[in-house]
Write a protein that binds this ligand. Structure first.
Ligand SMILES: *Cc1c(COP(=O)(O)O)cnc(C)c1O
Length: 493
């Protein structure tokens, strides 16, 4: 098979293998690695029908990660998708009314980030071995809540790695914060910053681009890598569940062969929905990709007008993992609709960096026809949780509710629709329970878990049992302009 190489969205002369792209995370020019072309699946939909999640993962991932041997890739997959998940199927497709919720929250931290972050450490350490890297790998991560814990859980005590996670002090739920601050492991650090997620993300990006710092690290036998969704090693594993979901719909006779389905994704950094788009480009019959935003609707406005403008008020919502004004992975879509023109992409990203805004051309806009968008206000999100529960007994988390509301608003009745269900309602229990009944407003969050068990007729996830008992280990805090100093302190530079 031919090797697939990766280029930077900002410099097409740069060409690296998949394992090099995984190791580096972000390209040296600040661009994101993208495959030279999106590979097609080399199995038929009929063949995919009977496959397990792990088998599907191999079929999809081998097309992207061509410098991994069959043995290496299968080993990564087996280590990732095992009993850490509370269902053998790994992801489940639940039919509620006439909509399908693709539950991506059955992993260790009960949010969809587990889908990619349980395999990334294995892809990364395999990549290091393949490229004869002797340095210790420092994973630097900014999180809006869910990535942090999933990355900590994935990397804890993985030999040859250290992980440092930054999260916005007042921008995550109590459950999310406790999940992170109680993380065990000899190689993990957690820092709360006095700022929002975008500050955290910008600070981390600046460190990756800081040549002096990178040099200093190398002197100590360290090198940076990223567990953020800009890493191709996160994006590729996310393509898998869209392929799997389609195959399951087919297997269960919910759709005819080659029938197109729509997909709605509650979107923040644009990684999850981009993975769905890659699945479409690989050959899965997907009609529309519907981007659902909360009140931070920078992406909704972009799809409507062609103008990306982050100059607006940042809103803290009940779906904090989508409280994002700079959606990093959008750069990969920009690159595609710019006709894979890295100069054009670089210019737009420079405009974004300097003025916080850019506008795409009419040609580029025309290439967005596979996408559609919508958003849900806080009130609509709450209403959606309430309505779905009253009507069906199914309990949505706040992020999934945003997508579910958008689906109701814009999906057509004559196309089957799959909603990416990105978190367990237990993770956002307070907002979820208050949506169901206002009288829970003044109840302590931690007393609501049992109530949610009763209301949703589901069992308390292990991840919740864990935080109810664990001790707080991490108490570091810093200002947004002190992130670099904090990292240097932790690493003893
Ligand atoms: C991260 C996250 C999202 C947003 O996904 P992106 O890939 O960043 O667009 C949505 N919902 C939940 C629960 C998340 O953790």
């Amino acid at each position: 098979m031919m090797n697939l190489y990766y280029k930077s969205t900002r410099n097409s002369d740069l060409k690296v293998t998949s394992s090099e792209a995984i190791l580096t995370g972000l390209a040296p020019d600040g661009g994101l690695f993208v495959p030279e072309m999106i590979p097609k699946l080399d199995v038929t939909l009929d063949e995919l029908k009977g496959m397990s999640y792990q088998e599907t993962a191999y079929c999809v991932m081998k097309q992207f990660l061509t410098d991994f041997t069959e043995e290496e890739l299968k080993e990564c997959i087996e280590k990732a998708y095992d009993s850490k998940f509370d269902t053998e199927e790994i992801v489940t497709l639940v039919k509620v009314d006439n909509t399908y919720y693709l539950e991506l929250f059955h992993g260790a931290t009960i949010a969809f980030k587990d889908m990619a972050l349980s395999i990334l450490p294995h892809l990364l350490t395999t990549s290091a071995r393949k490229n004869k890297v002797a340095n210790e790998i420092i994973i630097l991560t900014a999180t809006s809540g869910d990535t942090g814990k999933a990355a900590l859980a994935g990397f804890a005590d993985v030999a040859g790695t250290k992980i440092i996670v930054f999260y916005p002090k007042d921008g995550v739920s109590r459950v999310q914060e406790l999940q992170m601050t109680t993380q065990k492991g000899n190689n993990v650090d957690v820092v709360a910053i006095h700022g929002n997620f975008d500050n955290a993300q910008s600070g981390v990006k600046a460190m990756f681009e800081d040549r002096e710092l990178v040099k200093e690290l190398a002197g100590k036998g360290y090198q940076f890598s990223s567990a953020n969704s800009i890493n191709i090693g996160r994006l590729v594993p996310q393509v898998v569940y869209y392929v799997y979901a389609y195959a399951k719909l087919l297997e269960h006779g919910e759709i005819e062969a080659n029938e197109a389905i729509d997909i709605v994704v509650p979107t923040g950094n644009f990684g999850n929905i981009l993975a769905a788009y890659y699945a479409k480009l690989m050959g899965i019959p997907i009609g529309k990709l519907i981007c659902a935003s909360n009140e931070n609707k920078v992406l909704f406005d972009f799809f409507k007008t062609g103008v990306y403008d982050k100059n607006r008020e940042f809103v803290l919502t009940t779906s904090p993992s989508m409280d994002i004004l700079i959606s990093s992975n959008l750069e990969r879509l920009i690159y595609l609709i710019a006709g894979e023109d890295s100069d054009k992409t670089r210019h737009l990203m420079e405009e974004l960096k300097s003025g916080g805004r850019y506008e795409i051309s009419e040609d580029m806009k025309a290439r967005l026809k596979d996408f559609s968008s919508g958003y849900a206000s806080e009130e609509e999100t709450e209403g959606e949780i309430n309505n779905v529960y009253r009507k069906t007994g199914y309990v949505l988390d706040t992020h999934t509710a945003v997508a579910s509301h958008v689906c109701r608003e814009i999906c057509s009745d004559d196309r089957k629709c799959v909603i990416a269900s990105t978190a367990s309602p237990y993770k956002f229990v307070k907002s979820v329970m208050t949506s169901i009944d206002k009288s829970y407003e003044n109840k302590d969050e931690f007393l609501l878990f049992e109530t949610l068990c009763d209301v949703s007729k589901t069992q308390m996830p292990q991840a919740i049992k864990d935080i109810l008992e664990a001790d707080i280990i991490h108490r570091k805090e810093c200002d947004t302009d002190k992130m670099k100093e904090t990292v240097k302190n932790i690493l003893g530079l």
